[in-house]
Design a protein around this ligand. Sequence first.
Ligand code: S3P
Length: 438
Amino acid sequence: MSDSSLSFTVEPGGTLQGRLRVPGDKSISHRSVMFGALAEGTSEVSGFLDGEDCLCTMKAFEAMGATLDRRSSTEFSITGVGLHGLKSPGQVLDLGNSGTSMRLMTGLLAAQNFETTLTGDASLSKRPMRRVIDPLTQMGARIGSTDGRAPLHIHPVAGLHAIEYRSPVASAQIKSSILLAGLYAQGLTQVHEPEASRDHTERMLRSFGVEVEARPGYAALRGGQKLKAAKVQVPADISSAAFFMVGAAILPGSDVTLVDVGVNPTRTGVIEILRRMGANIELQNPRDFGGEPVADIRIRGGQLRGIDIAKDLVASAIDEFPALFVAAACAEGETRLTGAEELRVKESDRIQVMCDGLVALGVDARAMPDGMVLRGGAIGGGSIDSRGDHRVAMSFTMASLRAAGTIRILDCANVNTSFPGFADLAAGAGLRISVQNL
Ligand code: S3P
């Protein structure tokens, strides 16, 4: 939970070397708990992300009747209650910092015969929820909010009906929320999106035996289908790997291999963007973890160049822009990102917070309503307020690899939402990072 007293200090002069395994994919970990809880039988999960966001999902589904047996921090079995077996949690469900938990669970809970209230921390309570409330209301749901924001009060209704929804934003959270409600709706629930968002819901529902029709920008399923227990092997999270990819790419002489990383094509925008900037990235040992493509990613450092980031790459790199802005700050020439207004409604306003931090380090960066323009050059030392945003905090640690002075990053406790052990892993790879807990 946000503890503004936790900070990172990173000294210049670090390196990055070695084979690293970053923790499990956050999106896939959430879904493993949700679908395991709805399935008939016992599902086995390995590679789970033992971070605060996913633990919020776990606690919520345990409170609603799923039985979990945790064998280690990353391995558990979950015995589901079946599509219609969830029970009232008997308490408000606090989802912490986790937008994925709140949006996906709203879809699922809209169809239950009990009432639930979902809350979250200060950041989550500011994030827009109308984007799921509106389509779910069209399906017949009754959801109360404070001006489209949490806490959300989800009231039982007699039943939901399928809709064909054209989402104004490419968002896997919106799509998944509607599809989960669609499991309980009569008829064929269909979602269209302006760009393809991550498709983990579609892939994992299939591995749980649900028939899903999916192609880029479209997903559909018929209500009433039962989920059958499955084995889920969670790949390492490309969004967590991205910090090390950027760190290695900006520092000549670095050589890092990130192992077991999920390389689902709806998530690999960061690889494509870094390659277009001139980065040396190799995908090795391609394989499959239960319908999700996986590879080892080797990155060697060099000089990057600034680019115009194509709009069609925004959705597939949406969580990686904080790290990519740091790469751009180290590149030769100008980098321009447009069409990324979604960054303003993530765990923080990632356009403003990143721009403020880069400017504090002496980088020539300018925020725009839907992106940023920045010119690479010298990076100085300074103090950065991460505003409790895990990805902002981790991105700025990598800037130290090219900085002239010490960088102090404030309000870092939320790194534990997605990347427990980050500072230790980064220090082991050569970053000169220390943690202060005052
Ligand atoms: C997620 C989808 C993305 C991403 C978030 C996780 C998911 O959000 O930013 O970290 O697991 O579905 P949007 O779908 O709202 O872009």
